[in-house]
Design a protein around this ligand. Structure first.
Ligand SMILES: [Zn+2]
Length: 345
């Protein structure tokens, strides 16, 4: 995949565009951040709410085809796992995450016993298995068949269903139609779907009053130092490039009480991850009386975001070159019989 080019600061001022409407605030006014090519998605930033999104957006069919034919970033994707199960190493990482991170966050707010969970993106079911062992009833969906097969056939989780990202808002429901908890901590989802707003509205409607939403997302303004590709270069996989502030606004706009929304010190991949905990208010509880609602602030201005993206794009190549030199030095020192990192005796 080719690297995207964030337009220069002078160009950014001259490329306004009218889109079909921002998924978060409905405004059609946006600025072009990344010009599209055959391999990459054109990206714009909403001038009203600063949501970064792909425009023109892929159709549902095109998105499904992309995940079937091209996508390799998930161990369960067709291109990586084929008809086999995802590799042991990836499953082990998932189990460590479930055991040492996700379940601990959930249990700070609610005891899983006798609760109904809806899980989006179960992966191979590591967390689902823990929740079931704790006495929860879990209904899960997963877009990658190799993951779902492992969950069903090896972990024995019969309530895991296949569902492509393009139809994530059409998840199955328990018989009485409502759940106590929606869990999306296993992998970020909002960036991958065609409308985070539509998905969140559906999740809100299936949660019982007082029910919890646990969510993981990546912050595009906080790439990690070893990131191999340019900040906005996720191709069609990320139809939305979220931040702490746009994610918080999505959650609040849907009607949730926002309890936690911050960069998590214990989880990062190619980006720092945002940990979100939200609650559906009780019947008749107006948003103004939410007792524990947190305030994440207004967020950076459009100009600040543009400057940050420009900075990230231009420093990314330098960081990458430094990593390459470091690795080359390590290899050379090992060949010469030295231990690396060098230890003082
Ligand atoms: Zn907007």
């Amino acid at each position: 995949m080719q690297n995207t080019q964030v337009t220069s600061r002078s160009q950014q001022q001259t490329r306004p565009v009218r889109t079909g409407g921002c998924d978060l605030c409905h405004s059609g006014d946006a600025l072009v951040l990344v010009e599209g090519s055959a391999e990459t998605c054109p990206l714009v930033i909403c001038t009203q709410c600063q949501l970064i999104y792909a425009w023109p957006q892929l159709s549902a069919t095109a998105l499904d085809n992309f995940y079937e034919d091209t996508f390799v970033n998930d161990p369960g994707s067709l291109q990586r796992a084929g008809s086999a199960f995802p590799p042991d190493e990836d499953r082990r990482k998932e189990e460590i995450l479930a055991e040492h991170w996700s379940i601990k966050i959930i249990k700070r707010f609610i005891a899983p016993r006798r609760k109904k969970f809806l899980e989006l993106r179960v992966r191979t079911g590591a967390l689902t298995a823990i929740l079931q062992a704790e006495g929860a009833e879990v209904l899960g969906v997963e877009p990658f068949q190799a993951n779902a097969n492992y969950a069903r056939h090896v972990r024995g989780l019969s309530n895991v269903f296949d569902l492509p990202f393009s139809r994530f808002h059409q998840f199955p429901l328990p018989q009485d139609g409502q759940v106590d908890v929606v869990n999306v901590l296993n992998h970020h989802v909002l960036a991958h779907v065609l409308s985070p707003r539509l998905l969140l509205e559906k999740l809100f409607s299936v949660l019982k009053p007082g029910g919890y939403l646990f969510l993981d997302e990546k912050d595009v303004l906080h790439p990690v130092r070893h990131k191999k590709r340019s900040t906005l270069d996720s191709g069609p996989a990320h139809q939305f490039q979220l931040t702490v502030h746009t994610t918080a606004r999505y959650i609040r706009t849907t009607g949730f009480e926002l309890l936690e929304c911050e960069l998590d010190p214990h989880r990062s991949s190619d980006f720092r991850h945002i940990r979100i905990v939200a609650r559906k208010p009780q019947e008749g509880e107006p948003a103004t009386t939410f007792s524990r609602q947190i305030d994440v602030g207004k967020g950076p201005s459009l100009q600040t975001i543009q400057r940050r993206l420009w900075w990230l794009e231009n420093t990314w190549r330098i960081r990458l070159a430094r990593v390459r030199v470091k690795k080359k030095t390590q290899r050379m020192l090992r060949r010469l019989g030295f231990e690396y990192p060098l230890t003082q005796k």
